[in-house]
Design a protein around this ligand. Sequence first.
Ligand SMILES: [Zn+2]
Ligand SMILES: [Zn+2]
Length: 143
Amino acid sequence: MLGKISFDQVVNACSQNGLRFTTSRQEIMSVLINSTKPKSAYQILEKIQKNSPSAKPATVYRGLDFLCKHGFAHRIESNNAYVACASSSDCNSAQFLICESCDATFEFHSHKFSNEISDHAKKEDFTITHKMLEIKGICRECR
Ligand SMILES: [Zn+2]
Ligand SMILES: [Zn+2]
């Protein structure tokens, strides 16, 4: 795993943009930052319940929606799991290398790639709503 957004970076981004980084959002973000692999909403809930036994699935889903919407975390669609963003700035376009064997996920940002996709969308008069790309393979550890 390459770099990951830090907790402080999320705190700063929220205060700069007037976003509320509530306790439950903080708890979810901490779980994601401390995970080496993508985590399902249920796995996140289990971790949070150790400190906050009253946490509910809806709280986790709402918190994840917030974190993903603002680019602090991403949903890996093919695994239905969540990861902390690897970049520190507003992240709404990324590519992921995902190991089919152990689920290790490596996020990268290719501007070339991203621009090319935008160009194609423009030509087709197509409005992009989700610009994440998931690429499957086998990681170094599993080969
Ligand atoms: Zn990202
Ligand atoms: Zn692997």
